[in-house]
Ligand binder design. Structure first.
Ligand SMILES: NC(=O)C1=CN([C@@H]2O[C@H](COP(=O)(O)OP(=O)(O)OC[C@H]3O[C@@H](n4cnc5c(N)ncnc54)[C@H](OP(=O)(O)O)[C@@H]3O)[C@@H](O)[C@H]2O)C=CC1
Ligand SMILES: O=C(O)CCC(=O)C(=O)O
Ligand SMILES: [Mg+2]
Length: 740
């Protein structure tokens, strides 16, 4: 796999907008790093790259690719690891199928995705593809806990240049609705493994006839692991969804469902499928068997169902029935009203961590089928974390929108290492095949959990390791000591899992003598305190589990900074290495479409700039490379320059875009290196570069913008042509020549 045998920094090759941005930014980074003798290698963790690596035997030597994710997964467990990790696609089935089709069209002899495997060979193919589905990258690389916050300069910039905020009205009809009973939170049980219980657990389902099915022999869990089990009742879910469809009709609002079908890749597509089923209930009641036979799987979304119906012999009649039902339903919250893409079309189009904050920023409004904004019923079936959003909605109705000019900031310390909590649960999540009792049996035979379940219920086991928990608490203590601000553990004494965590947290705080510096609050109370604190202009640290880490590092940044793309996201790897994620958001699919149609890339690489500075500083600390430290200081100056001179990309074609911002970043970076005095060699090397980049500004900018406003050809979506991408993303011959 080696592009370079001993890289000092690995920059990930990903998908969509950040990958397009890399085509322009990475050559700049490499040119500058080279001056300090630093090698920056890439590893391909894109969806297309992972698909290619999964089928080596079917591809030509030119097509075949190594399994870079496995290599990186091993590297992050070593002290030398230094990774700049950009956001990648966590694929839903429609995205996976799209990527496979694109690669097939490019001549890759890949098998189709078997929706309904008919034999062992197909089941094996399906298993290989399923391993690539959903959040298959982040949990492998995140061998440490998470420290996410806005850099001081970024926060100050947001205060001085506030983004627009929608108005909140006290009589907004927007609300969050969740199951009244039978959800994961209410069914949760939790234990901490003793030394005797450590080892391989067994998960089994015992039917009414006494027959035992082993759902899973494993995983192996060490002593001290917090092991939770829970299930979501499908009967309760269906009842709840029917009631909410009716209630939405009565309220006169839009209907929307917000899930995390990417990270929760087993449970949430099933829940999403139940929403599609409930929405089209009469059609599924009448034609369930025919729809299933045609592969119209509601878990793939309304888009998949409609596409399959169109291929059925009786398709026109069923489609007419679907249209009739849709017309009777309340209006749906839309992903794209121009194209008729609803909330229910694709399970990965509406992802809760980004979707709800965007709605909150807009004053509680979603987009309806008529292209107009409207109040919305936000359906979040499970109550485990829905309180955070429910309290946010209530708070803004009471107080009005947050003012980004004066708001303080909520930082996050997140428990993430070693596939902690729900985000590591997909190998131990099951759609229950028949009614019975699920038990979890420890290695020594002790029964750890017992739940009575029904056909179709979604049962899962989550685990959180002691080493990860202790590392997280130490990180929280360190961060609080450095910031000196309020800090809150978002843990609920009424929740089984949280009580087990507190049994670790409280003695550690006590032993460190810092109990008085931390509060412990349930998510609802912690949400309110956080908003009250930042509204008063103060800062606060949210110390949370993995799901809230994800949710809050979009929620607060989107309200405070307008986006989570500008966040500093440090993963302090437990074996001593460092991983620097770029921002807290995703891969912005809409941005690719805009580039293809109008040659404008509105992706903001500020997250990459922040990660680069941290990565270089980390390298300097780890290896004593003083030039890396000088480069890092200059990166910080360049980032400040981009902010001070407002060189970030604009949203619309005609505005400066991502490429312009990279050019200015390079110019400020070179200027800072030319001006510094701690390393005369670097100053000497960058003086002519800084001079050329400064003096030739007009020419470079003209070349960068020459073809804007017209469609461009990237040669693919998931697997674009690198030469075509380079031509689009590096259009200035002058800039390319200066960078050599
Ligand atoms: N760390 C990771 O690997 C992550 C991966 N993902 C993956 O990313 C994909 C998309 O996820 P989604 O939830 O839609 O979230 P995104 O963050 O990609 O999109 C939400 C919106 O945020 C804005 N945005 C995000 N990043 C930037 C940026 N750098 N510059 C400017 N604007 C930005 C864009 O707003 P606008 O359109 O208004 O410009 C974008 O449409 C999914 O496949 C998901 O699984 C998601 C989160 C993290
Ligand atoms: O891995 C993913 O699918 C998304 C991760 C994410 O949203 C986050 O870490 O903020
Ligand atoms: Mg997130």
């Amino acid at each position: 796999m080696a592009e370079n045998d001993t890289p000092q920094i690995i920059y990930t090759k990903v998908d969509e907008a950040p990958e397009l941005a890399s085509a322009s930014l990475l050559p700049i980074i490499r040119r500058f790093a080279d001056a300090a003798g630093i090698t920056v290698a890439t590893r391909d963790i894109s969806l297309a790259g992972r698909i290619i690596a999964a089928f080596p035997e079917r591809l030509t030597p030119e097509q075949a690719q190594s399994d870079d994710l496995a290599g990186l997964g091993a590297w992050v467990k070593t002290p030398a690891a230094n990774v700049i990790k950009l956001p990648n696609i966590s694929a839903s089935v429609p995205q996976l199928v799209g990527a496979i089709k694109e690669l097939q069209a490019q001549g890759y002899d890949l098998p189709d995705y078997p929706v309904d495997p008919q034999d062992d060979a197909q089941a094996e193919i399906r298993a290989r593809y399923d391993a690539l589905k959903g959040s298959a990258v982040n949990p492998v690389l995140r061998e440490g806990n998470s420290d996410r916050r806005a850099a001081r300069a970024v926060k100050n910039y947001a205060k001085a240049h506030p983004h627009s905020m929608g108005k909140w009205s006290p009589d907004s009809k927007t609300r969050v609705s969740s199951m009244p009973a039978g959800d994961f939170r209410r069914n949760e049980t939790s234990v901490t493994l003793t030394a005797e219980q450590a080892g391989r657990v067994r998960i089994q389902l015992t039917g009414a006839d006494g027959q035992v099915t082993v759902l899973k022999d494993g995983p192996d869990l060490p002593a001290g692991t917090v092991v939770d089990a829970s299930f979501l009742s499908v009967t309760e879910l269906t009842r709840f969804l029917q009631a909410e469809i009716e209630a939405t009709q009565a309220d006169g609002t839009l209907f929307s469902v917000h899930l995390k079908a990417t990270m929760m890749k087993v449970s949430d597509p099933i829940i999403f499928g139940h929403v599609v089923r409930a929405w089209l209930a009469p059609v599924f009641e009448r034609h369930g068997a025919a729809l299933a036979a045609a592969g119209a799987d509601p878990n793939g979304g309304l888009g998949t169902v409609l596409a399959r119906v169109a291929q059925m012999p009786e398709g026109d009649a069923i489609r007419a029935e679907i249209d009739e039902i849709m017309a009777q339903r309340p209006p749906l919250y839309m992903v794209n009203s121009d194209k008729g893409i609803t909330n229910l079309h694709v399970p990965s189009d509406v992802i809760i961590d980004a979707s709800i904050p965007a709605l909150l920023r807009a004053g509680g409004k979603g987009w309806g089928p008529d292209g107009a904004e409207a109040d919305t019923n936000c359906v979040i079936p499970d109550t485990s974390y829905a309180d955070v959003y429910d309290e946010s909605v209530r708070y803004f109705k009471e107080t009005g929108a947050l003012d980004p000019r004066t708001a303080g900031t909520v930082q996050n310390v997140g428990l993430m290492a070693q596939k902690a909590e729900e985000y590591g649960s997909h190998p131990t999540t099951f759609e229950i095949p028949h009614a019975g009792t699920v038990t979890v049996i420890a290695a020594n035979g002790d029964e750890l959990h017992r739940h009575a379940v029904d056909t179709g219920d979604i049962w899962r086991l989550c685990s959180t390791r002691q080493a990860a928990i202790e590392d997280w608490v130490r990180l929280a203590i360190d961060r609080q000591r450095l910031e000196g601000c309020k800090a809150v553990f978002w843990l609920d004494r009424d929740r089984a899992h949280d009580r087990e965590l507190l049994a670790y947290v409280e003695p550690m705080l006590e032993a460190a003598g810092v109990t008085d510096r931390f509060q412990v609050l349930a998510p609802r109370e912690a949400t309110r305190l956080s908003f009250e604190t930042i509204r008063a202009g103060q800062d606060i640290i949210a110390v949370t589990g993995n799901v809230l880490r994800d949710y809050l590092t979009d929620l607060f940044p989107i309200l405070e900074l307008g986006t989570s793309a500008k966040m500093l996201s440090i993963v302090k790897l437990m074996q001593g290495g460092g991983m620097f994620e770029t921002g807290a958001g995703g891969s912005a699919p809409k941005h690719v479409q805009q580039l293809a149609e109008e040659n404008h890339l509105r992706w903001d690489s500020l997250g990459e700039f922040c990660a680069l500075g941290e990565s270089l500083n980390f390298l300097a600390e780890a290896t004593g490379n003083e030039k890396a430290r000088t480069l890092a200081a200059a990166v910080e100056a360049a980032t400040q320059g981009v902010l001070d001179h407002e060189r970030s990309p604009g949203r619309k074609a005609g505005d400066p875009d991502n490429r312009d911002s990279h050019y200015y970043f390079a110019m400020y970076w070179a200027q800072a290196l030319a001006q510094q005095t701690s390393d005369p060699d670097l100053a000497e090397e960058f003086r002519p570069i800084a001079r050329d980049l400064t003096e030739l500004e007009e020419q470079i900018v003209a070349e960068l913008r020459a073809d804007r406003g017209r469609p461009v050809d990237l040669g693919g979506y998931y697997h674009a042509d690198p030469e075509k991408v380079a031509a689009v993303m590096r259009p200035s011959a002058t800039l390319n020549r200066i960078l050599g």
